[in-house]
Design a protein around this ligand. Structure first.
Ligand code: F6P
Length: 324
């Protein structure tokens, strides 16, 4: 059956550049003769039938806006077959023949299950600040967030140096250390603590002491968020074991997810959104669009969501070498 109408949704944590992706999907689809229906509040909205016709004007003036105009949600109902059945009914009732799902790991997993269980033609677009998806060098939102963190750490540097303090700065990415290790390089931090590698406090103290011996009067350590081993955990341990250091913690939190997307994220989102429509036109399903070495490509959703250690030892080594 030929596709007439394409649905588009965003789900999971918002990421800067999602709007640029929605715009690209909408306008490329219309340019290719498809109708577009937008689904609000992700899979939850699909279950509830929150669906609206979109025109080219619906996506005017959004390329520069952070967040997602379609809103988003983390939907537990969609994890069940009953939930997916309700969503499928709504999809049929709205006459949607193919679905573009923009989001991170959870969103792409949902798309895969929906494609497999109900034969829906799903194409995923990777958008998450965490950059933890296979089949693309970068996910939409990662670059903007990295720049936000870098700017914050630059500011923290000023006060750290003035007071001669050690700062533990906590960044997002509970399962992936990309934001921590790359912001540490970009902001010239002493160390990065990432979920993929074990860090012991002695080793950390060595970096800090080394810096102080070399006449640095302050240090910054970037820590990936973690319920048990976040910035507070390391700060407490260093304080206890090395009372000579004046230690502070700064948790950047959700401000990292907001803000206007960088040029790089807008361009990536535009290219991936348009390519998702091409994938639908080519009859592809159960795949994700991605960009590797500057080339657009497709990867099965099952492969895109595989948990893999994408962290790079050489980058962590770089943090430590360059902070000498
Ligand atoms: O997956 C994106 C992300 O921002 C993670 O880095 C973070 O752990 C999580 O979402 C936070 O989720 P929430 O906004 O639901 O607290």
């Amino acid at each position: 059956m030929a596709v007439k109408t394409i649905g588009v949704l965003t789900s999971g944590g918002d990421a800067p550049g999602m709007n640029a992706a929605i715009r690209a999907v909408t306008r490329s689809a219309i340019a290719n003769g498809y109708n577009v229906k937008a689904i609000y509040h992700g899979y939850q909205g699909l279950i509830n039938g929150e669906i609206k016709d979109f025109t080219t004007e619906s996506v005017s003036g959004i390329i520069n806006r952070g967040g997602t105009i379609l809103r988003t949600a983390r939907c537990l109902d969609f994890h069940t077959k009953a939930g997916m059945r309700k969503a499928h009914k709504q999809l049929k009732a709205a006459g949607i023949d193919a679905l573009v799902c923009i989001g991170g790991n959870g969103t792409l997993t949902g798309a895969k299950c929906f494609a497999e269980e109900f034969g829906v033609q799903c194409v995923g677009v990777p958008a998450t600040i965490d950059n933890d998806i296979n089949g693309t060098d970068e996910t939409i939102g990662y670059d903007t967030t990295l720049n936000t963190i870098m700017e914050c750490v630059d500011k923290i540097h000023d006060t750290a140096a003035s007071h001669e303090r050690i700062f533990f700065v906590e960044v997002m990415g509970r399962d992936a250390g990309w934001l921590a290790q790359c912001s540490a390089i970009a902001a010239g931090a002493e160390a990065a603590i990432v979920p993929e590698r074990e860090t012991d406090v002695d080793q950390l103290a060595q970096y800090i002491e080394r810096g102080i011996r070399k006449s640095k009067n302050s240090s910054i350590v970037i820590v990936s968020e973690s319920p048990e081993c976040g910035a507070l955990h390391y700060a407490e341990r260093v304080k206890k074991e090395y009372p000579q250091f004046d230690v502070r913690v700064s948790i950047l939190g959700h401000m990292q997810r907001g803000g206007s997307p960088s040029a790089r994220d807008r361009i990536l989102a535009s290219a991936l959104g348009a390519f998702a429509v091409k994938a639908i036109k080519d009859g592809q399903h159960n795949v994700m669009v991605g960009m590797t070495n500057g080339v657009l490509g497709l990867v099965p959703l099952a492969k895109a969501i595989q948990v893999q250690d994408k962290s790079d030892k050489t980058l962590l080594y770089l943090v430590s070498t360059l902070s000498m």
